[in-house]
Design a protein around this ligand. Sequence first.
Ligand code: C2O
Ligand code: CU
Length: 434
Amino acid sequence: EHPQHPQHSGHSAGHTGHGAAARSLTSLTADPDREADVAITLVAREQRFRLPTGRPVDGYTLNGTSPGPVIHASVGQLVQVRLVNESVPGGITLHWHGVDVPGAADGVAGVTQDAVGVGGSFTYRFVAGQAGTFWYHSHQVSHEQVRRGLLGALVVAPERPSTGVVDVVALMHLYDGARTINGREGDVRTEARPGERVRVRVINTENGQTPVWVGGAPFRLAAVDGTDLHGPAPVRDTAVLVTAGGRADIEVTMPEDGSPVRVHVGGRAGVVLGSRSYDAPAVPRPAVTLDPLSYGTPAPLGLDADRPDRRFDYEIGRRPGFLDGRPGVWWTINGHMFPDVPMFVVAEGDVVRVRIVNDSGEPHPMHLHGHHAVVLSRDGVRATGSPWWVDSLEVGAGETYEIAFVAGNPGIWMDHCHNLPHATEGLVAHLMYE
Ligand code: C2O
Ligand code: CU
């Protein structure tokens, strides 16, 4: 919802017969007259840089580093980011992964804007509507530009942040085969005192699902994809899987005896929390994996998924054919390959229910722009835990998911696989408001 433009809210736009033509572009931007609360300029460069171990990376930086700076905002603040392309060939954009930005700020080259060429700039403006862990990345030749470093973390704090909580970002990324957290190959150390609460914001910018687990203390899975879970109970000896493009906030209370805690991030280095000592031994990945479908306690969804206004089937397959004139075996959606996948058309205010079936033989981390969807069931097993809202959902080979969302953000929105090479191989669809 964009309350600053009440003339465009509700069902009217979709039901008066004017459709897309009736919608002015200004309804897809943040209030142009409002001053920014958080303003930052990001300068993108093609650059050879070194990881702290000395390993050179031929990549791209934002303000001289990769990942780029962590952007901090609070709920309700207007964030304004000016992107300047100093020297990245082929043009760049920034997409605010997981943030339900207005359409014009979504950063999809060729859909919501043109890519920003060398010497050019583009300004993104959006209100941070939801507290949580997000990230940003280029959405032009994403499979190459994300991998080479055009990315960073975005943390939105709640209006009244809980005091005394240690907050740590752990952005995992693969640079030329080197697994890193916050751009370093080793452990990230953070000071946390006995009894203190810590929130570790794990961001998976890689192409595959990655496990996270904790040694030395129980933990809670506090949030997924920027939405807090309801009633998350502490668990031990349990791994959490973080979807490609997805986020998991891990909450730990430090042991009273002062011993350190290790948050394993993908089995490589981790985040080590401690005060006197950071000597937290590695522990093997637990055999048990947390299932968000049955974790936490139920709460109202805010939508009636049993009476949807639209129902869609979204069947992921694979078949031989031509993509941009290239022969190959490509991913399909309902039998079609991008760009020949028919748009999923909705009207503003619709409750939309989607059945995703993956018959393609491989897992796909599906990412929906501009919306959050709630998971209703997997393989016919209904969700019984906390509402599990996602923007990035791992759909395993052979799995069927039912999800639902409210069409509350007019525009044209991508829905694609965040195993980014797959998006270049046909696994892209669009959601459009009529
Ligand atoms: Cu994080 Cu369309 O991407
Ligand atoms: Cu995929």
